[in-house]
Structures are given as C-alpha cells and as structure tokens.
Write a protein of this length. Structure first.
Length: 500
C-alpha cells in the first residue's frame, strides 16, 4: 500500500495511506460481509498518527477492525514496538471535529461499531456511507520497524436501533457544607482498565468515597454506562484523561458526552484551545502525574491553563516527591510575583487505578464543598479547600488564627499584619507513628515529634506573616513506606498569611 498524502501539524505529523474500498453491490445481500486486509511497515521516526481511509458504502450495519503487529526483540534500554488504534467516521479527522468514534489505544486487538452497540472505548451509532479513517498511533517503534496487519470487515443489513444515552445525575444527597472524599482519576474497561463501572463504584464506596470522576484515556465512551452506579451516596462526575505525547491532563467533571482531542504536542501551541474546551464543557483542567517517567507521561505544556495539579498519583513514590517539590516552588513563585496567593494552583491526589490490585481511593482528595454536587465539588477543588489523604482512615483539620481571633482554613487567607502573631494548628487522626511538617515559602520550619500509635494528635506552631507567607502541612510516615523513607500519609493545600 502506497502513501496517498503526508501532512504535518507541528511535531504531531500525520501520514495518510492509500484507501481501502469495498464493492457497493455487496449491500444487496442481507447480513453479507466483506473483508479486506492491509499490511505495511512503519519505520522508526514515524509520524504520531497514521490514517488508513476506508471507503464505506451505503447499507453497512457493522464495521469491525482487527489488527496485529510484530514485536521483535530489542536491546536493553531500547523501546520496542507499541501501536495504538482508534477510528473516525465519515465526518473526518479534523482536530476537535465530530468524526471521533472511538479509541482503545493498545488495550485491544479488535473493535466493532454498530448503531445499537460498540466495543468498550467506541461510540455506538449508525455506520454511514463515506470515508472512514482507522487511526494508528505508533507509540514507540523498534529499530527494525513496525510491521502491521489490519483486517476490516463490513457487514451489511438493516441497522439496529440507536440507544439514547442516559447519564448519571450531577448531584447526590450531601450533608450540606462538609468535607467530601473523592478520587478523580480512574480507568475502566472503556480504555485500558480492567474493571467495569459497577466494580469501580463498589470499590469507591468501600474506600469511603463520596464522589469519583471517570477518566478513561482519549474517549468519552464510558459516559453513558455510569448512570446505574450512581446513587444518593455516590456522585459520579464524567471526564477523560486527555493523553497526548507530551503529558496527560484529567478533564474533571465535563458535561456528558464531551470529547476532548489529544492529537497535538506542546510545540504545536494547541493545548490552550483544548483547555478552553474542557472549561466550556463545565470541567476543570488538571495536569496528571506531571513527573511520571513513562513514555509521553511527563508534563510539557506548562501550568498556565491548570485549575489544579495532580501532585500525588497512586502509591506515593519518587515521582510524586518531585511533583510535590515542583508544586511548592510554584507556590513560592506566586508569592514572589506579588500575586499574594490569589492565582496559585491547588494540588490534589488520585489513585489512577486501572485493575486489581490497584486500590481505588489511594490517595483521595478531601474537599470542603457546599454540597455534594458537581459544581460545588469543582469549586472546592478550584479554591484549594482540600487536603490529600492516603485512605479514608486519615482525617485532618488545619487552621491559622490571628491575635484578634481572625481565622482561616485550608485554601484561605489569614488577613493579619506582617508582625502579628499567628497560631497554626493541625489536628490529625488515622496517622500512627507519623510526623507533621509545617512547610512555608522558606522551607520546612517546624517538624513535630512522632505521633502516638493511636494515630491521633495535635500540633501547634507560632509564626508571623513576615516569617511565613504561607503555611501548609505534610504528615509523613516515620519509617520507609514503599520506595521512599518518610512517604506521605497526607498533605494540605496552603493557608496564606498577610494582607495580600
């Protein structure tokens, strides 16, 4: 198969191959099917996306695609072959356009689409006449190249009935203004996870969560499958993990059915457009695991569009420690630049759970919100009225008080003069044999004694706004927990001190 066209969009080059055609007369036989197989090899340095046009005639009931590719041995330290797949319908492959019909990345070797059903990761609906495009994403290519084989099968006949999607409600029965626990980065079998929505919802309830956010990679196909799992006790928000080649971002709490494109790199200068797309759909923009070491995971778009940043992702590890330090540097910069904390970026933590034994709700973000609704939870996250805990067992109360009884909590500002005495208090439970650190723009200025085995304790510290422009708390395990000594058990967003 030869090339038909080559077009480039900054770093995210795309190659279009020669088209595949099917005889239109086959549509005259009900339930008849036709199959075509395409073979080729992608060289190292291939574009980010390779499109295979498929000319779909009228009368098709189902399109099915299967693919394989070779995985030759490579030297240690050299990336082997990995090939993602998805599809766009007759409406085209334009960035952000309406043609998107599904993406499974490397999680599946085949998929189908019909009017009434589709493989998880794909959007059911009519298979209409026109040029469809199978989208290949050569994630990594071995030095030997990436030989592939794609088999397309069209089945003819009367289409099934289109099912109208039903989405979960945007509110649950809350407790008024209260602290609500959530996990906003979760994967189901609608992308590369292995759990059903029902299994995830059950694990969320067992983890003591009040809300979750769906975040399957590069697809919104799960949105219509969460309604049965919602309830008065669990708010289910809908989103996507927008998985680019230069980092991942969680679209948190978008309107049902929202698709956010991912086919660009940092140098293409397009992320701002899709960050606005997330916000226009009612969502928050949350860069995920910004210092993760997997290919394409490290965040390279900057934080100018971020509503919050995921500092803690899954079991606490070295990359989380780097993310935490990087976030603290951003807090220092917000103070240094005279913004007084008004434009600071709050932090959050999520599990990024995919499959057993990944725990849901480890960690979890605990948000002070006016009610258990999508809008209230988002507002609490955006305002930084939250802390991150390793499990439901951990509870924190963190506040600062001035000389005249002035008071501020997490994410707030204590308006005092520079020399006024300020008392900072952290009360914690569920953190046995942990220590408490108070971290400021000057660094760690106070470390407590080890808390008792009961896991409950109160730590008090006195300072001034001149000495500390903000104070945040870290609760750390006494000994090694996982790969790091002193791994986090919890941390808070800051309280800012001074007039601002």
């Amino acid at each position: 198969m030869g090339r038909r066209a080559l077009f480039v969009t900054g770093a995210a080059a795309a190659l279009t191959l020669g088209s595949v055609s099917f005889p239109s007369e086959a549509a005259d036989a009900a339930d008849a099917s036709e199959t075509r197989t395409v073979r080729g090899t992608l060289p190292t340095g291939s574009p980010d996306f390779v499109y295979l046009p498929v000319e779909v005639p009228d009368g098709v009931r189902e399109i099915k695609v299967a693919y394989t590719y070779e995985k030759p041995a490579v030297p240690v330290g050299t990336a082997g072959n990995a090939l993602d797949i998805g599809v766009f319908d007759q409406r085209g492959t334009e960035l952000g356009g309406k043609g998107f019909r599904g993406w499974s990345g490397g999680a599946r070797t085949e998929f189908f689409i019909r009017a009434d059903d589709a493989t998880p990761g794909y959007i059911p609906g009519p298979v209409e006449e026109g040029t469809w495009h199978i989208a290949l994403g050569p994630y990594t290519v071995a030095p030997q190249g990436l030989p592939y084989e794609i088999t397309i099968t069209l089945t003819y006949g009367e289409p099934g009935k289109v099912v109208k999607p039903v989405y979960p409600p945007s509110r649950a029965r809350g407790r008024g203004r209260a602290w609500y626990r959530g996990d906003c980065h979760l994967h189901s079998w609608y992308s590369d996870g292995r759990r059903t929505p029902a299994e995830i919802a059950a694990l969320a309830r067992a983890a003591g969560l009040d809300f979750i956010n769906t975040s399957d990679h590069n697809t919104h196909s799960s949105h219509a499958h969460w309604a049965p799992e919602a309830g008065d006790d669990l708010l289910i928000m809908l989103g996507e993990e927008v998985t680019t080649r230069n980092g991942h971002v969680v679209a948190l709490g978008t309107d049902p059915g929202t698709f956010v494109d991912w086919r660009y790199r940092a140098r293409d200068n397009r992320f701002g457009k899709y960050a606005r797309r997330i916000r226009e759909a009612g969502g928050l923009v949350v860069p995920a695991h910004p210092h993760a070491t997997c290919v394409g995971c490290n965040w390279k778009f900057g934080f100018g569009e971020a509503d919050a940043v995921e500092v803690w992702n899954g079991p606490f590890g070295p990359d989380d420690e780097v993310s935490l330090a990087d976030w603290d540097s951003m807090l220092v910069a917000s103070v240094r630049e005279g913004r007084g904390g008004r434009d600071w970026i709050p932090a959050m933590g999520n599990s990024d759970a995919h499959r057993d034994p990944d725990p849901v709700g480890t960690p979890q973000t605990v948000v002070l919100a006016d009610d258990l609704t999508r809008e209230a939870i988002q507002e609490g996250i955006r305002a930084g009225r939250s802390y991150v805990a390793e499990s439901r067992k951990v509870s924190l109360s963190f506040s600062a008080t001035g000389p005249k009884g002035e008071h501020a909590g997490i994410g707030g500002r204590l308006k005092v003069d520079r020399d006024d005495p300020v008392t900072v208090i952290l009360e914690a439970s569920g953190v046995p044999r942990c220590t408490v650190r108070f971290v400021t723009d000057q660094g760690v200025l106070h470390t407590s004694a080890v808390l008792p085995v009961s896991g409950a304790g109160r730590v008090e510290w006195r300072t001034t706004a001149q000495y500390a422009a903000y104070v945040r708390a870290e609760v750390r395990h006494e000994a090694a927990a996982g790969p790091l000594p002193g791994a986090l058990a919890a941390f808070t967003n800051p309280i800012f001190l001074g007039r601002g």
